[in-house]
Write a protein that binds this ligand. Structure first.
Ligand code: SF4
Length: 365
């Protein structure tokens, strides 16, 4: 079963018809009503509780397609680059940061992606000595709209044979048909956000179960893709240790650990402005139970000893299964690294180098 997606109207921005991707998308959505609008029309239905996720807006995007992940100097950041292909997502996780961006409702696909890739290719070529780790899963899910946007047709072809770049498709879905039918697998990583089965079913609304995600990962792995996993956000909940153990046991059943390029971990964190939105949109949620403190980046986080306990537990369980899995922490301090994982890259450059080495080991130059 695929993530349940219903598009019931398309907003077609002025200028989108200059791009072939826009007409391909309209063909794929044959029969869905299309409305032409100007680029500055802020359109949202009266009832905004669903963030207008049934509306797809086709956008000739004028902003940055390619930019560093916004880290902070107070925590160790992985040096990831965001490839911005669209915004919003048809799933509805209670903790999703995108809910804070109410001025950008509806699902959005940037139809000038292929034209921008030419410019991005030039940037990559200017730095042959660097390793660029790019990902599309920052402002949308990488595969939830793939059957409409065709990202798996466009992007792997662009990355094939590039010596200094990899692209990570980060997803919670099992929508891997596009990738499986692609002849281009070089330089592509497919990764899944994982949680405990209870958090997946209770807080990640509309997302496939953990088992389905891992079955999709198995298919990709068997077809030669490097795979990654992200335990992010790790959430405290009753019997959380048992819950995360169950997920790791399922990983053992479906995944060959030798094919894992990296596994990241990050405890739940959120900007204060998101809290009332979560309360309003997800009144039954348990993610705000418990105590939080203001982190150095202004986000609310669990207390440091709790984060250390969670990471240390996860590390122990994961390492019982696979000792060298590219385990790393997302946006944590050097102290938390050392206390929980037993080593620290010390600063963001150190973590970047560590992940770049993983890329070089997995993809032969
Ligand atoms: S899958 Fe990701 S982008 Fe989609 S709602 Fe969940 S957290 Fe947000």
């Amino acid at each position: 079963m695929k993530a349940d997606i219903r598009i019931d109207r398309v907003l077609f921005e002025e200028g989108a018809d200059d791009y072939e991707l826009a007409s391909l998308i309209l063909k794929r959505l044959n029969g869905v009503p299309v409305e032409k609008i100007s680029q500055d029309t802020p359109r949202q239905r009266d009832d905004s509780s669903n963030m207008d996720k049934e509306t797809l807006r086709l956008v000739p995007f004028k902003g940055e397609f390619f930019k560093p992940c916004p880290g902070t100097k107070n925590y160790i950041c992985c040096g990831y680059q965001i490839l911005n292909v669209g915004t919003n997502c048809p799933m509805d996780c209670s903790y999703c940061i995108l809910q804070a961006y109410f001025n950008q409702p509806s699902l959005r696909i940037f139809v000038n992606l292929e034209q921008e890739l030419v410019r991005i290719g030039r940037i990559l070529d200017e730095h042959p000595e660097s390793v660029f780790r790019l990902g599309t899963g920052e402002f949308t899910d990488s595969l939830a709209l793939d059957h409409i946007a065709g990202w798996s047709k466009i992007l792997p072809r662009f990355f094939e044979g590039r010596k200094n770049a990899v692209l990570e498709f980060k997803t919670k879905t099992d929508r891997v048909e596009g990738l499986l039918s692609s002849p281009y697998r070089d330089r592509i990583i497919v990764s899944w956000s994982l949680n405990s089965p209870d958090m997946a079913s209770g807080e990640e609304h509309g997302a496939p179960s953990i088992r389905k995600r891992l079955q999709a990962a198995k298919r990709c792995m068997e077809e030669g893709y490097a795979v990654g996993f992200h335990f992010d956000p790790l959430i405290l909940h009753p019997k959380w240790k048992d819950g995360y153990m169950r997920t790791i046991e399922m990983m053992d059943r479906y995944i060959d650990p030798q094919r894992i390029i990296w596994i990241s971990m990050g405890c739940l964190r959120y900007i204060p402005a998101l809290k009332p939105v979560i309360r309003r949109r997800h009144p039954g949620t348990h993610i705000l139970d418990g105590e939080f403190i203001h982190g150095l980046d202004g986000k609310m986080r669990y207390f440091k000893p709790i984060r250390i306990e969670v990471y240390a537990f996860m590390r122990e369980q994961i390492e019982k299964w696979r000792n060298n899995s590219g385990l790393y922490l997302c946006m944590e301090s050097s102290e938390v690294w050392t206390e929980s994982l037993g080593w620290s890259p010390k600063r963001s450059r150190g973590l970047s180098n560590y992940l770049d080495r993983r890329v070089r080991e997995f993809f032969i130059n």
